[in-house]
Ligand binder design. Structure first.
Ligand code: ADP
Ligand code: MG
Length: 207
């Protein structure tokens, strides 16, 4: 899995387009346990990234990821904007500090996940995007270099998303509902799953 500039560009494009396509579903999920803006928040952020796609993909990978992070911080809003922003900023920072892809993919993804956790003061099991991102990180660590890595990540993300339904939210707006947050998928976990699946689909197409 090598990451050429054209590959990165199409990967970002596919991921942003998939999130935009899933905006109605993200809205419905956020209407159930939040304030119903997760779809429009993510759509706005992804449209801003697509609008800057040429400038982003002209940068070296570390700077490109930081640019995506800054764009998301400025445009997404809500709780998820600073969290996704931190994710991409930290991934870019990790690459600026002597980490390289694809060899250090788990380390880079780990720095990004840690940044979300630090920013959100949140951990796995609280019914947030971390409930998809952390299991994906675990699979990245466990299956790095394996030929079926992408398939395993896809399964991990889908299963992890489903496991957010029986959880009670203890972070974010959904936590205000207490036990009534149980029985619904977490919107941010869903958007993370969409992003992960889109990146996997894009990489599968390049193999
Ligand atoms: P808001 O909750 O401000 O309306 P969004 O609707 O855009 O923002 O995003 C909600 C999602 O953000 C949640 O479904 C959850 O996944 C994620 N989230 C909220 N707070 C946290 C947190 N402290 N840590 C991690 N993720 C969080
Ligand atoms: Mg919301």
């Amino acid at each position: 899995m090598s990451l050429q500039p054209e590959t990165f560009r199409s990967l970002i494009k596919v991921a942003a387009e998939q999130v935009i396509a899933s905006a109605p579903e993200l809205t419905t999920l956020d209407q159930a346990i939040g304030d119903g803006d997760h779809g429009s928040n993510m759509k706005r952020g992804c449209e801003a990234v697509l609008g800057k796609l040429d400038a982003i993909s002209a940068q070296p990978l570390d700077e490109a990821l930081k640019m995506i992070g800054k764009t998301l911080v400025m445009t997404v809003g809500g709780a998820s904007g600073p969290l996704y922003g931190s994710f991409f900023l930290a991934a870019g920072e990790a690459l600026s500090h002597d980490k390289h892809l694809p060899d250090d993919l788990a380390d880079v993804f780990g720095s990004a996940v840690d940044a979300v956790s630090a920013r959100g003061r949140s951990h796995v099991g609280e019914k947030t995007m971390l409930d998809v991102l952390v299991p994906v990180l675990e699979t990245l660590k466990a299956a790095a270099g394996q030929p079926d890595l992408i398939a395993r990540i896809r399964t991990t993300a889908t299963d992890a998303l489903a496991r957010t339904a029986p959880m009670q939210a203890t972070k974010g707006r959904a936590s205000f509902l207490g036990p009534r947050s149980i029985g619904h998928l977490d919107p941010g976990a869903r958007s993370s799953c969409v992003l992960v699946q889109a990146v996997c689909a894009s990489l599968e197409g390049k193999q």
